[in-house]
Design a protein around this ligand. Structure first.
Ligand code: GDP
Length: 301
């Protein structure tokens, strides 16, 4: 039901317009496909993905001998779900059975990184895990305090140093503290200033090296946070981060704030990184583990 609520804007826009198409054309023909293609592109699905989807739909229409546009909606749902969940996808978080799991969270300022870390901490606590936060964004004014607010709200400790201090040193402290308290999951915030890309990527590399040195096999996840309302910007951010860090999953925030939820498809399909969580609101429990079927179901009903 969270998906249903959170996808209201996309549903009203995309599915609303699709229903209009179904009634306008009645017959599945070239013109219908052309308008469907435009609709998908305007929903941020991404040109490459749209082309593939349309080709697949045409094949299915031929195979199943579909003539009436009313019959095509279930086929669209099916194909969308297939595009969203590739075989072999690691859907859930890669949590360690024994020992600590370290999760590095990266992303540009303003995308919802801090909020997502808070929500993730809540999500993990709900699953009975002990959680600690590392305030690794020592650059943005207020970032540390904001993380502490989330720490208080969720009831987890935040390891921090002063603003402006070395993020790698914060990470070292946090790793030590988490180890000595036998914490299950350490969530690490990082800086997100993209104005100086080279410095930022070097800093992330350095933080990662500290983690790798202190905990063999870590980080177990590098989650990239992207803002669904920014469309193609989100795509280019993913490419930038993807080039310098091994991103293992995406947290797509603010899906509730966009009518262009098709961005999920573009991200999944064109970047080949699984979407692990989606943000569907500002509250603690407004983060959902991504589920392709539930997503498509939430979209169409
Ligand atoms: P950061 O700079 O990346 O750490 O971004 P913040 O965590 O401060 O988030 C920026 C704004 O986006 C805040 O006002 C959040 O409440 C809001 N936000 C974050 N995630 C979501 C979401 O999933 N849905 C909505 N509607 N707002 C969100």
């Amino acid at each position: 039901d969270k998906f249903k609520e959170g996808l209201e804007k996309t549903r009203d826009s995309f599915v609303g317009k699709m229903n209009e198409l179904v009634y306008k054309y009645r017959k599945v023909d070239e013109d219908f496909f052309e308008e469907l293609e435009e609709l998908l592109i305007s929903s941020d699905v991404g040109v490459t993905t749209v082309m593939e989807l349309i080709d697949q739909l045409k094949d299915e229409v031929r195979l199943r001998n579909i003539k009436d546009t009313k019959e095509i909606q279930p086929v669209i749902s099916e194909k969308l779900a297939e595009l969203l969940e590739k075989e072999g996808d690691d859907i859930g978080l890669n949590l360690q059975e024994d020992g600590m799991t370290v999760i590095l969270v990266v992303g540009v300022n303003g995308v919802g990184k801090t909020t997502s870390i808070g929500k993730l901490a809540y999500h993990l606590k709900q699953q009975g895990k002990s959680v600690m936060l590392a305030a690794g964004d020592t650059f943005r004014a207020g970032a540390i305090e904001q993380l502490e607010v989330w720490g208080d709200r969720v009831g987890v400790d935040v390891i921090k140093q002063q603003e402006g201090s070395d993020p790698a040193a914060v990470m070292y402290d946090a790793l030590k503290a988490a180890k000595s308290r036998s914490i299950d999951v350490l969530l690490c915030d990082t800086a997100g200033r993209l104005q100086n890309k080279v410095n930022l990527m070097n800093e992330l590399e350095k933080v990662k090296r500290v983690i790798e040195r202190e905990v063999p096999g870590a980080p177990h996840e590098v989650l990239l946070v992207l803002d669904a309302t920014t469309g193609q910007n989100a795509m280019s951010q993913a490419k930038t981060f993807g080039q310098s860090t091994d991103v293992s999953g995406i947290v797509l925030t603010k899906l509730d704030g966009t009518a262009k939820g098709g961005i999920v498809l573009a991200i999944r399909h064109e970047l080949d990184i699984p979407v692990k969580f989606v943000g569907l609101g500002e509250k603690m429990d407004d983060l959902q583990e991504f589920d392709a079927e539930q997503f498509v179901y939430g979209l169409f009903r």
